[in-house]
Design a binder for this molecule. Structure first.
Ligand SMILES: *[C@@H]1O[C@H](CO)[C@@H](O)[C@H](O)[C@H]1NC(C)=O
Ligand SMILES: *[C@@H]1O[C@H](CO)[C@@H](O)[C@H](O)[C@H]1NC(C)=O
Ligand SMILES: *[C@@H]1O[C@H](CO)[C@@H](O)[C@H](O)[C@H]1NC(C)=O
Ligand SMILES: *[C@@H]1O[C@H](CO)[C@@H](O)[C@H](O)[C@H]1NC(C)=O
Ligand SMILES: *[C@@H]1O[C@H](CO)[C@@H](O)[C@H](O)[C@H]1NC(C)=O
Length: 312
């Protein structure tokens, strides 16, 4: 009897110790799980490489549609430093659900705003309902300029408001268009290397598709005070025309567009400029030198450079 009692006691110490350790383990595990789930933000929805909405901004969003501000870009760093914080503030005040996406052209060819927009659209269309084709050097000043979801293409930088371009068919600067309509017109032409005219061709695409271009109404600030044009006066634009670029780019392009834009992506970076988030996508455009040799106007090929100053 005695011996067996001692035996029981001896066995009990490790037994209780094991139970105690188990309880401690379960307790600490649940504690860390609790901390973990409370550390995550409440934002739901699919996780995507380039989805980026800060929780603080999320609270202010009142729209269900999501806007991608697509900014074709090359070598305009000081303008970007102004643009991102300004637009972040402007659109947050309108409670727009948006991201600013800079399309940084990194190939050796001339700037191609239209192809960058096609590429930017393809890279973002799964996550956004509409885009703004947005110049980096044009800031909206009047808070009544709406960036809400456009049922029809909405030209924010209307000719009656833009500081510089006043012709009726002008749709450059800032244009909002929904995903369905951008696809309907096959995006923009890929033939416009160098500065200008791609927006005029896009105007014809919208007209051919019987879309009604809408513009802001009841804006009282006029051409001087509705936008700030931050483009430096001394900055040269690439207006060269070489090979048969002039003839070709004066015509409506029924071949190229969203469906055949060729490019590669070299990295997506999330950055912040003065606490304002921005996504930079490095885009390397491909040029078919037989179809559009003017994507590279070297000195020899350059001809009649002084002509075509319509929009400067
Ligand atoms: C915006 O519109 C409101 C209402 O029409 C008007 O009172 C206000 O002055 C406008 N703001 C600007 C900056 O024009
Ligand atoms: C454009 O406007 C016209 C006349 O106001 C209308 O008949 C037509 O349906 C509109 N087009 C679209 C695509 O909404
Ligand atoms: C624009 O202003 C006019 C006159 O004040 C008004 O009748 C009209 O409803 C306004 N339009 C919009 C879309 O606010
Ligand atoms: C815009 O500014 C220019 C130059 O400062 C001035 O001459 C012109 O009268 C202004 N226009 C309006 C509508 O205020
Ligand atoms: C330049 O333009 C002129 C007149 O428009 C034309 O005669 C000439 O052939 C052009 N030069 C070249 C090299 O294309």
């Amino acid at each position: 009897m005695r011996i067996s009692r001692v035996k029981t006691l001896r066995l009990s110490y490790p037994y209780y110790l094991t139970i105690l350790l188990c309880i401690m383990f379960v307790f600490s595990a649940s504690l860390s799980y609790y901390i973990l789930i409370n550390d995550q933000c409440n934002c739901s929805g699919p996780v995507n490489q380039i989805k980026y909405t800060t929780p603080s901004r999320k609270k202010l969003i009142s729209t269900k549609h999501k806007l991608a501000i697509l900014v074709p870009y090359r070598n305009r760093f000081e303008e970007l430093l102004d643009f991102v914080p300004y637009m972040n503030n402007f659109l947050s005040n309108q409670r727009i659900n948006f991201d600013i996406i800079v399309l940084n052209q990194i190939d050796q060819y001339r700037f191609n705003r239209a192809s960058l927009l096609n590429a930017g659209f393809l890279e973002t269309r799964d996550n956004y309902d509409y885009i703004a084709m947005h110049d980096v050097d044009l800031l909206p000043l009047n808070m009544n300029l709406s960036y809400k979801y456009p049922e029809q293409p909405f030209h924010v930088a209307a000719p009656t408001l833009h500081p510089r371009y006043h012709y009726d068919k002008f749709i450059g600067g800032i244009l909002l268009i929904n995903r369905k309509h951008f696809e309907l017109v096959n995006g923009l032409s890929n033939r416009y290397w160098g500065w200008g005219l791609e927006d005029d061709e896009f105007y014809v695409r919208l007209k051919d598709a019987h879309l009604n271009i809408t513009r802001p109404v009841n804006i009282t600030t006029g051409t001087n005070d509705t936008f700030r044009h931050i483009h430096g006066k001394d900055r040269k634009r690439d207006t060269a025309k070489c090979f048969n670029q002039r003839e070709v780019t004066r015509r409506r392009d029924r071949q190229t567009g969203l469906h055949d834009v060729k490019y590669e992506i070299f990295g997506r970076k999330r950055m912040e400029i003065e606490d304002s988030p921005v996504i930079v996508i490095n885009v390397k455009l491909h040029c078919d030198l037989t179809a559009t040799p003017w994507c590279n106007c070297d000195k020899k090929a350059e001809t009649n450079n002084s002509a075509n100053k319509k929009k400067t």
